[in-house]
Design a protein around this ligand. Structure first.
Ligand SMILES: [Zn+2]
Length: 180
């Protein structure tokens, strides 16, 4: 390798895909895998697929927002039903405890919603498991509770399962395209 060649190899070029600087010697961009040394067709194909992936991600980010809002919605339902149960059951010694429990669960769901952007699968999965545990736990303590709000319970589980599918897709695309 002569001097000119080594200068050439350490000079940097701007990656047309992600805008990061890459060494001339690099065959693919270390940030986004853009084929710096590929044929014109390779490069066009890469950008085309990345555009496609970007629009996928845009779509999935929207799905993710929906999933997050579902977690917030469930939090809202726990607050709402907590106060309803408290108002209708004030004489019961458990009234305050039930209200506090509902509010704590609501806070957990708000927290999961807030963290959803960073770890979508984890958050939605946790929300789903938590929700299932609460429903099953209530059913064991009070079998009559199964039918109470059954439509809401089924809807919440379906919404969270749909959210989980989207969250998985988002994480898969993020793994494949770290620059997105
Ligand atoms: Zn790049």
């Amino acid at each position: 390798m002569n001097l000119n060649e080594s200068i050439e190899n350490t000079a940097s070029v701007k990656c047309p895909s992600c805008g990061m600087f890459a060494f001339n010697s690099e065959i693919v961009c270390s940030q986004c895998n853009y084929p710096l040394k590929g044929t014109e067709k390779d490069q066009k194909d890469f950008l085309f697929h990345q555009d496609l992936r970007s629009s996928d991600l845009y779509h999935l980010t929207n799905e993710l927002k929906k999933a997050r809002n579902r977690l917030y919605f469930i939090a809202g339902i726990f607050v709402f039903s907590g106060f309803i149960m408290y108002a209708t059951n004030q004489s019961s010694p458990d009234a305050v405890t039930t209200l506090i429990l509902n509010l704590i669960i609501a806070i957990v769901f708000v927290g999961l919603g807030g963290y959803c952007e960073k770890r979508p699968v984890l958050c939605i999965l946790t929300g789903l498991v938590l929700f299932a545990v609460i429903v099953i736990g209530n059913a064991i303590l009070d079998p009559a509770s199964i039918v109470r709000g059954i439509i809401f319970k089924v809807a919440a589980i379906v919404l969270l399962i749909n959210g989980l599918t989207s969250a998985r897709e988002v994480e898969k695309i993020r793994d494949q395209y770290p620059s997105l």
